[in-house]
Ligand binder design. Structure first.
Ligand code: DHE
Length: 530
């Protein structure tokens, strides 16, 4: 008991937990409680800790260790969060005290394995709502569809499409559960939305009001989709990577008709150890050829999937690092850079040669989103990452042709006021790099964004975007003159800044704007501008 009190005090004070020794057995869960807890775990916890609780961005939560922690300590951690990035679910009002108690007991039970999903079941979920031949042949909307911006309304399971010129909402579309990201087809005409429940929604932006034309569910749990973008393959295929089951699925890009489903090797790249859970993290379309670059999180491989070959096979497994999470392309499109959360590194892959060229130690739990590319006055082209585990912007050389001396080496480290950053973003026409601190346990820091000056090589200014909520994810308009930031809250806002003066120019609000998270401008997303 004393151990538990010490641990509780440490956690309440913002430290890591220190409990040990025997704790009372948890109160068993009824069937209904187990169902509810599985749902909460899937929605809130599985992404970081793994479906089978073997750990990834967050630590493993096996029943033996959890039993040692005991119900009280686990409740305190879930309520208060931890400085390394574990959200304060209770303090933030996202889980109730009874849900927290439920989760503390659930974690002490063995992990439940979700069912598989066969190609037949995927086919049965496919719904073609408007065949391609019945869709508009020219854009029918009033505004410039190339400047539409899709805004994820996470908890509503919807996507709002806004016109970045007029700032008007042009459509509100139903999507999958706890919808995660959007990706654009190569032409930009289509948005693909991916829900955490694996449901893909195909939205055609050429209708007078952007409309869902097809949907399908290729996974039980998913985070990423990407379209085929190489010349001759534009808008033709779509890949969905699953968090569960361990598979990727390829669809027709215009109809979402399922074409094939593949599993992949599950041995780790370094020790050859076979894992029970290897999930698909980031996917990007390779500008160097008809391939998707698919990050296999737990095994640490970057797989290349050939979409010019009949059955969409993996043609190469490039050893990267563990655990791969999020990343994007350099300004030439030749290099792919991805965070290996667990090892505090960024991994760089040369897509032309199909080999890893660098591992860069950056800081605690790097998390760049797709990252950012700009020209540094001293070091030439650079890329950068922010971190969940510490307040730091780490900038590394990314100009092997022009400045080989600095290529893939850390060239600047900029202190940020708080850990908990999820995203950074810039635009070729912007003088700044913007960062958020969404996961900060300090509420004021969580609604603060920072702006780094590319020309001066230093932090310019940090400021809160609102008096409540959490600032998350940054996106530019097509012209690169305005910046959109989400206030992730039930009373959500999109706060738009003039990117030259850094002055707010518009606050978009409305009862429909519930829990906005990611934002995806058609042109920037289709062309990988970041
Ligand atoms: Fe994401 C990108 C996974 C939590 C918003 N997120 C990604 C990618 C992955 C990923 C693998 C890269 C996709 C790609 O490029 O193909 N995200 C996960 C998780 O596993 C995690 C940590 C926990 C979970 O349970 O899902 C997680 N993500 C979140 C959030 O809590 C965010 C902030 C809001 C939400 O959806 O709940 C969130 N993730 C985003 C966004 C991107 C993203 C907006 C795309 C960034 C971009 O600019 O492209």
């Amino acid at each position: 008991m004393v151990g538990a009190i010490v641990a509780l005090a440490a956690v309440a004070a913002g430290g890591t937990w220190v409990g040990s020794g025997a704790t009372p057995a948890p109160q068993p869960l009824t069937d209904a409680e187990f169902q509810e807890a599985s749902g909460v775990y899937f929605q809130r916890c599985a992404g970081c800790h793994g479906t089978l609780r073997d750990g990834a961005t967050g630590p493993a939560l096996g029943p033996v260790t959890m039993r040692k922690r005991g119900t009280q300590v686990l409740e305190a951690i879930i309520h208060n969060g931890l400085p390394g990035g574990m959200p304060a679910w209770g303090k933030a009002g996202l889980l109730t005290p009874s849900q927290i108690n439920l989760m503390a007991r659930y974690l002490q039970m063995p992990a439940a394995e979700p069912p598989q999903l066969s190609l037949d079941e995927i086919r049965a979920s496919w719904r073609l709502i408007v065949p391609a031949a019945e869709r508009p042949t020219t854009p029918q909307g009033k505004g410039d569809w190339r400047n539409y911006t899709g805004v994820i309304l996470r908890d509503a399971g919807k996507v709002a499409i806004l016109d970045a010129d007029t700032k008007r909402r042009v459509a509100l579309v139903d999507t999958g559960y706890a919808v995660h990201i959007l990706r654009a087809s190569a032409s930009g005409r289509y948005f693909y939305a991916i829900g955490r429940d694996g449901k893909v929604t195909l939205i055609d932006l050429w209708f007078p009001t952007p409309t869902t034309v097809a949907e399908v569910k290729g996974c039980i749990d998913a985070r990423s989709v990407e379209s085929s973008k190489y010349a001759g393959f534009e808008d033709r295929f779509l890949i969905e990577g699953c968090y569960w089951p361990l598979q990727y699925v390829v669809f027709d890009g215009l109809t979402l008709e399922p074409m094939t489903m593949h599993d992949y090797p599950t041995a780790t790249f370094d020790e050859g150890k076979t894992l029970r859970e290897v999930r698909v993290a980031t996917i990007v379309a390779d500008p160097e050829g008809p391939r998707w670059v698919v990050a296999l999180k737990e095994s640490g491989y970057v797989a290349l999937v050939d979409y010019s070959a009949p059955d969409f096979p993996i043609t190469k497994m490039i050893p990267g690092q563990r655990f791969l999470h999020d990343g994007g392309l350099d300004h030439t499109g030749r290099y792919f850079s991805i965070a290996a959360n667990e090892r505090n590194q960024m991994v760089v892959v040369d897509l032309l040669k199909g080999e890893r060229v660098a591992r860069i130690r950056t800081g605690r739990t790097p998390h760049p989103g797709r990252g950012a590319n700009w020209k540094d006055p001293k070091y030439g082209w650079v890329m950068a990452t922010t971190h969940i585990g510490e307040g730091k912007l780490t900038i590394y050389g990314a100009d092997p042709a022009g400045r080989p001396r600095y290529a893939w080496k850390v060239v600047r480290q900029i202190r940020l006021p708080s850990p908990g950053t999820l995203f950074l973003k810039t635009h070729p026409r912007s003088p700044w790099v913007w960062t958020d601190a969404t996961l900060s346990t300090d509420p004021k820091a969580a609604r603060t964004v920072c702006v780094y000056s590319n020309a001066r090589g230093r932090l310019h200014r940090c400021f809160p975007i609102s008096t409540y909520g959490r600032a998350t994810h940054i996106e530019y308009n097509r012209q690169g003159t305005e910046v959109w930031i989400s206030n992730w809250d039930r009373r959500g806002e999109i706060v738009i800044y003039n990117d030259r003066t850094l002055k707010p120019i518009r606050r978009i609000r409305g009862s429909w704007l519930r829990t906005p998270t990611g934002k995806f401008n058609v042109t920037n997303t289709a062309r990988d501008i970041y």
